[in-house]
Design a protein around this ligand. Structure first.
Ligand SMILES: *Cc1c(COP(=O)(O)O)cnc(C)c1O
Length: 957
């Protein structure tokens, strides 16, 4: 016995699981980079004046099991009441086959946004299914996949209405007064910055208003009324007013499609197609429009194109509309959205098919009818005659009813004057209806469900035939083939195996931090204590959530050096928008409303200018010098020129060029000197955590991408969370919420998301990460991220020049490889290298951002030396292939690079190429081989022939 018990205990064990390279590997890599220790490496790379004097106070690490036990105890403080609150959120029955094979499956949740379509055909097909569901249910031509939530989708619909309106002078937007209150809240926020005048009134009143560019109606009002808006829509259309309709997927299964009734835009939440409420999210929003407006739509559209062999293949269409290219002229700032959740909703439709969905919708409606009949027989009054799943019931003694509800562990909707509302869903049972009778009528109601059901056969239906759907939905084969679990499991597996995710290889994407999403971090999100809560349930029922959110906020405050944290934005870009709004409101509070100029360096991520535009600011670009640093001279000129119109600067740190700019403190000082605020884009926090903080550097506000730095998986393009940290003076100006008010937690300001804490149910992932890493582990993670990047940069330098380095010749946590000289001399481009990496079994690095003709590599701390070496070897081998092209050994038009990637199909056919099949498909050997299922995509064809619905099965042959 040589070791004591405390020596044998290893509370920091998770740190070594999260960090890829072992101590020996780190030592070997340090040697290559010429540093003696991690501390020395960091001290040399990070500017001295921003290195933290003391570590963040967030405590020691716990093991996976300790942390899970601690979080379990917190989760158990949440109370799971049976919830009928509705308002756009209902309990669901997630099909277990989807839960296990998708939501809990790293093959799906660790994938990246499908920018590289050749390694993404599976999730692209799943998203295409989601679009097809949207098209069928809304009755419109084109659908996207997907938006962040219903309320932001409404705000996007309003912005799009302005873009497509022919009435250029009109500046008023009309909203029916029975849209969900959180939808109205988010729209008010957006309308204010866009300078639109909002009118909120009974829908029919829209006819009386002039100068409207758009109206927004909700097919099933927030209190449950199913509207017949056909004539109103026709009248509005006759006046060229753009009509948007909020709708509900489940109701749409039964109701006539608003698109068929003339609506231009139809959107809503896809939550009730199998996605748990999760105290507010994440859920996907669907969005559909007419074909003529497809180029004005917000968000991503998956399109059908063809590959180099002429076969059908899918891709993200019209990427040139995105903020990456159009910056402040982009249609929206949507980057990370809700891919995983859109996939779940799409697969829910695949699994149930049209017959199953109609049965589910009809059952919900039937239960509602039984509830309605019983209440009316008992003398109760329903507020509306036409309803689908929601009844608003007039009650005299509301407190007695609500008291009984609480006794039964039931939440009703309580915020309606002299009434309560009840929304039923697919989890509702006969017993639940009996309980609702007891709550609403008292114990002696004497109602019998079977009798009521029987009587309904002879009663007048609540929904007139004219409002019911007559057309067939989901006729495509994909919705009619996979209804047994075996078929469904295999379909999902077949999609998954087309894709390359972190469970097969590193995804070395610059700026996106594709690190480990540990199993222990993921496990809590499907605990019912977290999954089953309604976002508007009474705060005392969410005590566990509030404690978890409070702790996580405290830790993030420590790690960012700010004073307060706002957990509402559900993506990084939404965080930018929320942060800029806080700056705007702060200036307004000081009577400096004229401050509207937002300085943005030319190297910025495209969401920065797009968010600035959404916040009503004018973008002025600041130049970068030859080393890629912000040109201080230009910054001074632009700040001075802006004068008292200067609102802020948005700066990314370390810069998107992958270096710690030495002058960052000066940048902050200059902007402050001219009265501006500093927004520090926190997407690159993985190079700061434990080493420095935005607050210490001198910034006023930042968003954090919890789905980058803090381990929420990318989900194939979402979900994400983009909370913002702020200095104290901005804290009163961060988003609040009109439905939920919690003193000391939420401000009085307007909202930017539908739910008060955004996508709350994925926060346990970041909580677990921080708890298992502790202060020491987090600092080490940043240091190893820097080490890994420098190891790659050093070893690849002779083959590919590193574009930007810091003052001591090193990079931060990512590096930009300059492919332009090679392209100049050989014609082989960054695109060819990216696609050739697929043959070697890798996802491509980030291409041509932030500099055209480059590849940006961010290995993260989670990749071991073995994996880094495999990547480096692939890159060096590719360099040798390029040399063979340059030497004329392989013709420029026919070589493994320009033909990449190679599929199984092509190697079994004739082989006309001057290189062997082995070189084509096994350049790195046959071990752990990844097979792309399509060849290189034809982008131009796809955009010219935009088609974004499911492909007929015959086309796949
Ligand atoms: C990812 C990223 C963003 C946007 O974040 P999303 O969560 O995708 O909206 C903004 N800035 C930078 C530098 C990023 O890398």
């Amino acid at each position: 016995m040589t070791q004591t018990l405390s020596q044998l205990e290893h509370n920091g064990a998770f740190i070594d699981r999260h960090i890829g390279p072992s101590a020996e590997q780190q030592a070997a890599m340090l040697q290559v980079t010429g540093a003696r220790s991690l501390d020395e490496l960091t001290a040399r790379i990070v500017p001295v004046d921003i290195q933290l004097p003391a570590p963040a106070a967030i405590g020691d690490a716990l093991t996976e099991h300790q942390a899970l036990a601690e979080l379990r105890a917190i989760a158990s403080q949440n109370q799971r009441y049976k919830t009928y609150i509705g308002m756009g959120y209902t309990p669901v029955l997630t099909p277990p086959v989807i839960l296990r094979n998708m939501l809990e499956n790293p093959g799906w949740y660790t994938a990246y946004t499908p920018y590289q379509p050749e390694v993404s055909q599976g999730r692209l097909e799943a998203l295409l299914n989601f679009q097809q569901v949207t098209i069928d249910l809304t009755g419109l031509d084109v659908a996207s996949a997907s938006l962040l939530d219903e309320a932001t989708a409404a705000a996007e619909a309003m912005a799009m209405a302005k873009r497509i309106s022919k009435l250029k002078e009109a500046n008023k937007f009309f909203i029916a007064d029975d849209v969900h209150p959180q939808t109205l809240d988010v729209m008010r926020t957006r309308a204010h910055t866009f300078g639109f005048e909002l009118l909120v009134d009974k829908a029919e009143k829209a006819r009386e208003h002039q100068e409207l560019f758009g109206v927004l109606l909700q097919q099933v009002g927030t209190t449950g009324e199913v509207h017949d808006y056909r004539s109103l829509i026709a009248d509005m259309k006759a006046r060229k007013v753009v009509v948007s309709v909020a709708a509900d997927f489940m109701a749409l299964v039964m109701l006539d499609a608003p698109g068929k009734q003339g609506a231009d835009i139809v959107f809503g939440s896809a939550q009730r197609f199998g996605v748990p409420m999760g105290y507010g999210g994440p859920h996907a929003a669907f969005f559909a429009a007419r074909d003529e407006h497809k180029r004005s739509m917000p968000g991503r559209i998956i399109g059908v194109s063809r590959d180099a062999a002429g076969n059908t293949a899918l891709r993200m269409a019209m990427q040139t509309r995105e903020q990456h290219i159009r910056r402040e002229k982009a249609n929206s700032n949507i980057c990370t959205s809700q891919v995983l959740l859109a996939n779940i909703a799409g697969l829910y439709a695949v699994y149930h098919g049209p017959i199953g969905l109609k049965r589910i919708a009809a059952r919900i409606h039937r239960l509602t009818a039984i509830l309605a009949a019983g209440l009316m027989q008992s003398g109760m009054t329903l507020r509306h005659a036409c309803w689908f799943d929601t009844l608003t019931v007039e009650v005299d003694d509301k407190s007695a009813v609500l008291g009984r509800a609480l006794d039964f562990g039931v939440n009703l909707r309580t915020d309606i004057h002299q009434a309560v509302a009840v929304t039923l869903d697919e989890t509702t049972t006969r017993e639940d209806i009996a309980r609702l009778f007891a709550i609403l009528l008292g114990d002696n109601h004497g109602l019998d469900i079977d009798t009521l059901d029987e009587e309904l056969l002879r009663a007048t239906p609540s929904l007139p035939a004219a409002l019911l759907r007559q057309d067939a939905i989901l006729t495509h084969p994909v919705f009619n083939r996979y209804h047994s679990e075996t078929e469904m499991m295999r379909y999902m597996h077949s999609l998954e195996s087309k894709d390359l995710a972190l469970n097969q290889a590193m995804i070395p994407l610059g700026s996106c931090t594709m690190k480990l999403n540990a199993a222990a971090e993921m496990i809590p999100i499907t605990w019912p204590e977290f999954a089953d809560l309604h976002p508007f349930c009474p705060a005392n029922q969410a005590a566990g959530y509030l404690q978890m959110i409070g702790q996580l906020s405290q830790w993030l405050v420590q790690l960012t050096g700010y004073d307060a944290l706002c957990m509402q934005p559900n993506s990084g870009a939404q965080g930018e928008y929320a942060g800029l709004l806080a700056i705007r409101r702060y200036h307004e509070s000081r009577h400096e409303d004229q401050r509207h100029i937002c300085l943005i360096p030319s190297s910025a991520h495209g969401t920065n200018p797009a968010s600035a535009q959404m916040a009503g600011m004018s973008v002025v670009v600041v130049a970068c010098d030859k080393q890629g640093n912000i040109d201080l001279h230009d910054l001074r000129l632009k700040s001075e020129a802006a004068g008292d119109a200067l609102s802020c600067i948005m700066v990314t740190y370390p810069s998107t060029h992958g270096v710690y700019e030495e002058t960052i403190r000066e940048v902050c000082q200059i902007v402050h000197h001219y009265g501006g605020q500093v927004y520090l884009d926190g997407a690159n926090m993985n190079a700061q955590v434990g080493i420095t903080t935005p607050g210490y550097i001198g910034a006023d506000v930042s968003h954090l991408n919890l789905h980058k730095t803090f381990c929420i998986p990318h989900g194939g393009g979402g979900p994400g969370m983009g909370p913002i940290g702020v200095k104290a003076h901005l804290a009163p100006f961060v988003p609040g919420h009109s439905v939920i008010q919690i003193d000391g937690v939420l401000t009085q300001q307007g909202a930017v998301s539908a739910a008060p804490f955004g996508s709350a149910s994925i926060l346990p992932i970041s909580w677990m990460y921080i708890r298992m890493m502790g202060a020491e582990g987090l600092r080490k993670a940043s240091q190893v991220a820097i080490l890994n990047a420098n190891y790659i940069a050093t070893r690849l330098a002779s083959a590919y020049p590193v574009l930007y380095t810091g003052q001591d010749g090193r990079v931060a946590h990512e590096c930009i490889l300059d492919i332009r000289p090679l392209k100049e001399s050989t014609g082989i481009s960054e695109l060819d290298i990216a696609k050739r990496l697929i043959d070697y079994g890798f996802h491509a690095p980030t291409m041509s951002f932030p500099v055209a003709g480059t590849l940006m590599v961010e290995p993260t701390e989670s990749e071991s030396k073995v994996e880094l070496d495999r990547f480096i070897d692939a890159m060096l081998a590719i360099r040798m292939e390029i040399d063979r092209v340059a030497a004329g050994e392989w013709p420029f038009e026919d070589n493994p690079l320009v033909n990449a990637p190679h599929t199984q199909m092509e190697i079994v056919g004739d082989w006309p190429h001057p290189y062997s099949r082995e070189i084509a498909v096994f350049p790195a050997g046959s071990e752990n081989k990844y097979w792309p299922t399509v060849k290189r995509l034809d982008d131009v064809f796809g955009d010219r022939n935009l088609f974004c619905a499911c492909v007929p099965m015959s086309d796949y042959q």
